[in-house]
Design a protein around this ligand. Structure first.
Ligand code: ATP
Ligand code: MG
Ligand code: MG
Length: 404
């Protein structure tokens, strides 16, 4: 992928935007981009630098993402709505072409890594509540104030706040000689860089190169399974990220949205979708946080498709799909006229609260309360699901389970 039209190869210490940002190390990547930890010499803060692949379709996708990120930043001047903040964007020319770059506020690990960190056992309900509140604040903002459907909500696209203190970080101390000299960034406009500065820069690069990837992951804890039990003291605040698939609710364009396991029934059935599709994904995410496992993990089998398995799993946990829903869109392909699946006949019914007790060893009251929170969000009728705003009022979010 590091060829014409693809990713831009970055070396530690590389300057971007005429020296404003200095690349420090790679933090992640996706289908469209690599994401680097960078130092912003203007604000003296860390930022996440998302460098898009250069081919036209990726540039277009980046412009699309920037459009949403600009509206998001515009409507939230105090940056308190639990959605990632765009700081800057620019173009960068490299050997593989011209890359659109997004500068985002620097965040920490994804909820997916948090779940892995628990060895797929799930996190304590009190912490799940904290995370759910943040996600709902983000969704309420996107839906009600901006009219945006995220369309790909899942643990991977929700990032925790970083717990790293940049002032105590050796990366920063290594760079301090060049970045924080009183006369200001000599790196701005690289051509004026003198020999001493070049030497310092080389030294900083070497120092930075010695710092391993684990530094930004929850203070390093994620790499040390021995401390698995202790998520104590980790502030469970998070933000929604990745607007590469977002859309305006009044002009949805793609038929198929959402990552498979978080996909809502109306999207599977091709009967149109709106904000409530995000609410379905939200419920799947909350379940996964609490149990450590996917709520639905459909597979195709002999004589049935992945879609049909997915619908069967939903019906096993949530009951039969109402007739009205089982007749719209693509439904005729899957359901007979009684509203039963044509090709998967025998369902193992297991209501959500029982499932939480039997499979995940929830106590009766936790299971009942949690499923009372989730079930309305998993209504097969999208218009019956609570909105993010309504969901924020749910008593479950303010319960406190005592932990022994
Ligand atoms: P995808 O294939 O998921 O659409 P993408 O190319 O659009 O990928 P993102 O999902 O935005 O890229 O980012 C890729 C990864 O980079 C994330 O999973 C995360 O690990 C990291 N990352 C993204 N944004 C930030 C941020 N603001 N702070 C810290 N890390 C980030
Ligand atoms: Mg992503
Ligand atoms: Mg993306």
């Amino acid at each position: 992928s590091y060829r014409k039209g693809g990713y831009h190869a970055v070396r530690i210490g590389d300057p971007f935007a005429a020296g404003r940002y200095i690349a420090q190390r790679k933090m992640g990547w996706g289908h469209f981009s690599t994401v680097w930890l960078a130092y912003d010499t203007h604000s003296s803060k860390y930022v996440a630098l998302k460098i898009q692949k250069s081919a036209e379709q990726f540039a277009e996708a980046a412009l699309h993402e920037i459009e949403f990120l600009l509206s998001i930043a515009d409507g939230d001047p105090s940056n308190s709505k639990c959605v990632v903040r765009l700081i800057d964007h620019f173009k960068h020319n490299g050997p593989n072409g011209q890359h659109l770059c997004m500068v985002l506020e620097f965040l920490g690990d994804s909820l997916l890594r948090l779940i892995k960190f628990t060895r797929y056992k799930g996190i304590e309900l009190n912490k799940v509540r904290e995370i759910c509140k943040c996600i709902l604040i983000g969704l309420d903002y996107l839906h009600r104030e901006l009219g945006i459907i995220h369309s790909d909500l899942k643990p991977e696209n929700i990032l925790l706040f970083s717990t790293i203190d940049p002032t105590k970080d050796p990366v920063r101390s290594a760079l301090t000689p060049i970045l924080e000299r009183p006369e200001g960034g000599a790196l701005n406009g690289g051509s004026t860089m003198n020999i001493i500065e070049k030497k310092l820069k080389r030294r900083a690069r070497r120092a930075v190169a010695n710092i391993s990837l684990r530094r930004v992951s929850m203070g390093g804890a994620a790499e040390a399974p021995k401390v698995t039990k202790s998520l104590d003291g980790i502030d469970m605040r998070c933000k929604v990220v990745d607007f590469g698939n977002a859309c305006w609710a009044d002009k949805t364009f793609a038929d198929e949205i959402q990552t498979r396991q978080y996909r809502s029934p109306e999207v599977i059935l091709g009967s149109g979708y709106s904000f409530s599709a995000d609410m379905w994904s939200f419920a799947c995410t909350a379940f996964e946080l609490a149990t450590g496992e996917l709520m639905f993990a459909p597979k195709s089998g002999q004589g049935f498709s992945e879609d049909e398995d997915h619908l069967a799993l939903m019906m096993e946990l949530l009951g039969k799909i109402p007739r009205k829903i089982a007749t719209g869109g693509r439904s005729k392909d899957y359901f007979d006229r009684h509203g039963d699946l044509k090709r998967i006949r025998r369902l193992k019914l297991r209501p959500l609260d029982r499932y939480l007790v039997d499979k995940y060893k929830f106590c009766e009251s936790d299971a009942r309360e949690f499923s009372e929170f989730l079930c309305p969000l998993l209504d097969f009728s999208p218009e019956k699901r609570p909105t993010a705003q309504q969901c924020l009022q749910h008593p479950w979010l303010n319960l406190k389970t005592s932990t022994v």
